[in-house]
Design a protein around this ligand. Sequence first.
Ligand SMILES: [Zn+2]
Length: 511
Amino acid sequence: MTESESQYPFSDLTHYTLSKEIIRQLDEDFCRENQLVLLGDMSPTGHDPVPLGMLDPSDDRSASCVERKVSRQIRRIQLNAFELDNALAFGFGDGIDVSGSTMILDIGRGRHYLNSANTIEFTRDQPVAKMVIDTFSEAVKRHASDIHIEVYADDVDVRFRIDGVLHQVATPFSKANIKKVCSHIKILAELDITEKRRAQEGRICSVYEDESGNVRQIDMRLSVVPGLHGSDMVLRLLDENRINISLDKLGLNNTAFTQFNEIITSPGGLIIVAGPTASGKTTTLYSAIRQLNNDNNKILTVEDPIEYEIPKVNQKQVNSYMSFADYSRAFMRQNPDILMIGEVRDEETANIAMRAAQMGHLVFTTLHSRDVRSSLDRLHVLCNDRSLIASSLMGILSQRLVRRICVDCQESVDPDPVILQKLSLRSSGISTVHGKGCSTCHGIGYKGQIGVFELLVFDDYLRREVWQGHALDLKEITNFRPMFDDAIQKVRDGITTLDEVLRTIPLPDNS
Ligand SMILES: [Zn+2]
């Protein structure tokens, strides 16, 4: 280990909010020549040392030079070359370069948009349209799930959520053009551009062509919320590539995979997929539904909203006329084999789901809960009929998503003793890997996500225990691997890091 690595913290840009104004307090040539960038609060009243991102933090000459230039003490932070480049591109660049990839935005599914005054047509040659297309294309290219456009008093920020974590990106949007940008995006989503007081929701259809010429559809769900300094916009990218994952690629360990396959191919019963928002529940459900989707099965789903269309599956969306419960009740008269009820939020839906399962339908649903144990507690709150729960419940799969270490830049590292302690782990026997950052992962060190799971399958013994109202002792159950253990195994296998486990996985109760 070199001196610089031991002395200065290695960090990444997600911990800082970049500001063009601050970065530009040093001139670009100086920053590039000495490979450094200002990362933090520069207000004259500040007393804390200003964080300075450096490729080589042991470079005392440059560091003291910066201290003189800004008349403040600095704190040296080590950045990798890609992060440093990103920060400099953000600070000094005027936009993003998306050579090679293109996006075709389909205004109103091919129609020109008409407003009361005139017909508006957009082409890529127009600056605002190009900026929007470039930003959207870059997001798709970087596998972002969401684009956040935030407007402040003196600045506009664009952040991409990539594998569950927000990353600030260089943007051509500014206070000078953001109104036009906002109107343009609203028009693409067929929203009323004169509405500036109310929140609005819309959808943008697009087709994306990557560098290799492969074309795929990417729809975007837009949410606009008016604010003090302009409208904030969030776009959820519905990329079929991301949801199109077969069951064996989700990350289930061998035992859980076999068990889950068995329960989803049994004739009837309730299968619950549990976890908080963005834990990959939808991906898991869609993988299961796709596997079961054939001529012999009639599959009905009710979702809020429908994010992806699955061919030959009858999907319904919750609306003001029809709730989860209304659809579930109506489905029973449609002679289905398999039901997917997007979420069980109330007693009525829970009861319909369990009765349908008891009658021999295979029913999938999700619960917003921490783990298998709390899902079971939640079911008891939603339904006081223990015999109904016991007779219908077939399995609870609880899950989270962790980021995968980038395979192109992984290297072995010693586990961090502080994190080991936080996780109540002893270091013996744990070898760990991390990604040091490369062009494949845009310097992040991670690329893609994988599920971490715990699965409880109900057999006759467990059903009897539930029926009799006994608390289940999960530690005593063969084949039950708690989510935490599954996560640690994925660290041992070099798939993810202890940092990711600490960030996403609930610690075991006994720790
Ligand atoms: Zn990498």
